[in-house]
Design a protein around this ligand. Sequence first.
Ligand SMILES: Cc1cc2nc3c(=O)[nH]c(=O)nc-3n(C[C@H](O)[C@H](O)[C@H](O)COP(=O)(O)O)c2cc1C
Length: 446
Amino acid sequence: MKTKMHLAFDLSWTHLQGRWCQPGSWTGRTYPDLGIFREIAMIAERGCIDMMFFGDGTGVPSTWRGSPEEAVRWGIGWPRQDMSGYIATLAQDVKNVGFGITYSSTFMHPFYVSRLLNSLDHLSNGRIAFNVVASTRRADAANYGFDELMEHDLRYERMEEFIHVCKSLWASVAPDAFVWDRDTGIVIADPKKVQAINHVGQFFKVKGPLSCVPSPQGRPVLIQAGGSGRGIKASANFADHVFGSGKPIKQKVKHRQELDAELIAQGRDPSKVGILWDVIVVVGETEGEAKRRRELMLTAIPFEAAGAFISHAAGYDFSKLPARFTPKEINEQIAASNASPVGFVHQLGLKIGENTEMTREEFFEYGLRSATGYDHTFAGTAAQVADHFEEEFEATGSRGGFMIAHPQATPRELLNVVDFLVPELQRRGRFRKSYEGKTLMENLAG
Ligand SMILES: Cc1cc2nc3c(=O)[nH]c(=O)nc-3n(C[C@H](O)[C@H](O)[C@H](O)COP(=O)(O)O)c2cc1C
């Protein structure tokens, strides 16, 4: 029997970077209308999708020309609602699909986040995943009182302590502690089943216990997406599953190998930890139709807006680029500023050679193609996309699956995934025909 894949659907960008007005995006409603997400959740559940994912970032991109003007004008990385309330509501409409939500361990406090996620896990009957991120963007940092980004590796030290505190809090009340005995009025028969955690660490001091009833999963599924060496080490430290960025297959294989080596070094079983690879696909009834729709991506936003997007992500004002330069020179400056060393410019270096000289104009061509997702988009029929998925899945150890990321137009892309791609993967024995488990943790296992 073939190993099955898992599929998540990314809603982080669906209303941004011009996607909201592409043909195939919802009409008659504007973000953040709940109805948009209700419709999407029902389609996802019909397709047995594992999880709807909501990424996050809280700042208005303002690195480009030192101003938020273009980001605000074109809806670049902004606006974003906090999705916790939406998830609580959607969880009442659909009964199987899971929900991934993102909070920053760089800025937030573990007591607040662990309590919030406990409630969401109750309201969804155990279908919550927590994507914990070490924030790389200055505009986000500025909302939480930081003038500069915390040093890259220190952010991961803080993340590991943050998760350690959360896990201690989630375990601070035993799953069978509550008896709620109506006759005697006793709530907890054995008070020893509720314990303070008395955590004192480098970043946090938390007494505990968590002021909550243990939730169906006990704790949310933990997901982490760090792509640097230190980020991968943090994944190995605590993640149940990992998000991997949409890079060339060789880099994916390397990521998998590095993660496996770290998991073994930390005494964990690599066969239990899947990677969901971030993949942009346009699935068409014919190849020509898929490719035609892919071309539309390049019309979604103008150059200025693409500049705002990539400058925000890299923490570098690309409007100030010299006339000629190499990706290596620019990436060294990005890494020195404590932003991620494995972002867009690093990826560009891998593609064209880090010491290859390029002009500003050439760079912005790449920038537009990256900001719109064009460059990383696989466009084809369901059979072609399924071939592509199977090849990457097998090359990276047949654990995890894919997150359909940055969809060009929603609900159109999701409908095409559910109605064309999912049946093709099912026919090949690569995807479930019904949900096997009750919780997200159970559905993502294996
Ligand atoms: C699929 C995926 C989802 C991500 N979601 C978010 C997010 O919602 N918010 C965020 O700030 N970063 C997000 N990231 C960025 C990662 O958390 C991480 O910072 C990035 O991969 C760079 O790795 P490094 O921090 O190890 O340098 C995501 C990355 C991937 C691949």
